[in-house]
Design a protein around this ligand. Structure first.
Ligand SMILES: Cc1ncc(COP(=O)(O)O)c(C=O)c1O
Length: 197
């Protein structure tokens, strides 16, 4: 039997606690923020282009496009897919809520595929099992800096003509060896392995 509520120890666990991480980079962050404030160029100033070039270089991507948030960075490529009502997008149930939220806000129906208990990333066999004629895209999430099995997901996408939008919010700079070459995590849309946006 459960103990009465008043005897239960309550521990508040914050949704996100980045204080320790911030402390480690504080000496770089503060002068950079101060320089922006001094310049009074808050929108599309030089640091935006510098960030875009740096992230594109790090991710081996043709372009880096700065967005207001990771949620927007998911929403924009998903909107570019021009999903129709009833179109399904397969993703992981074990992720930040923005992943499924962005699929919904782009007009799609999120369909969850089971995760691999060893990596916590979406299991490719489970993805293949939930593909239907309404499936338009896959959104693998590279969780905790560890990339999902893109090689198998790309094969599934190729077989069914699906787009892939990677949720790399937790994995900028992460990489995975695929076919003898390093493949960087990057939020992009692709079909049959070719970069489309
Ligand atoms: C996997 C994942 N996707 C998307 C997001 C959304 O990013 P943002 O909070 O910047 O909108 C997060 C944020 O933690 C995330 O962890």
């Amino acid at each position: 039997m459960l103990p009465p509520l008043e005897d239960t120890l309550t521990v508040n666990v914050p949704l996100l606690d980045l204080v320790a991480q911030y402390r480690a980079i504080k000496d770089e962050v503060l002068p950079a923020l101060q320089a922006v404030i001094e310049s009074q160029q808050f929108v599309m100033g030089p640091p935006v282009g510098q960030l875009e070039a740096a992230v594109a270089g790090l991710s081996h991507a043709a372009h880096g496009i700065a967005c207001a948030s990771g949620t927007d960075a998911l929403l924009l490529p998903l909107r570019a897919l021009q999903l129709e009502p009833g179109d399904e997008v397969i993703t992981s149930p074990f992720t930040f809520f923005a992943t499924a939220g962005a699929i919904h806000n782009a007009g799609g129906v999120p369909v969850f595929a089971e995760i691999d208990p060893d990596t916590f990333n979406v299991a490719p066999a489970a993805v293949e099992a939930v593909v239907t004629p309404r499936t338009r895209a896959l959104v693998p999430v590279h969780l905790y800096g560890q990339m999902a099995e893109l090689e198998r997901l790309t094969a599934t996408a190729g077989r069914h003509g699906l787009r892939i939008v990677e949720d790399a919010a937790q994995a900028i700079g992460a990489r995975r060896r695929i076919g003898g070459a390093w493949r960087m995590a990057r939020a992009r849309t692709s079909v049959l392995g070719a970069t489309a946006a």
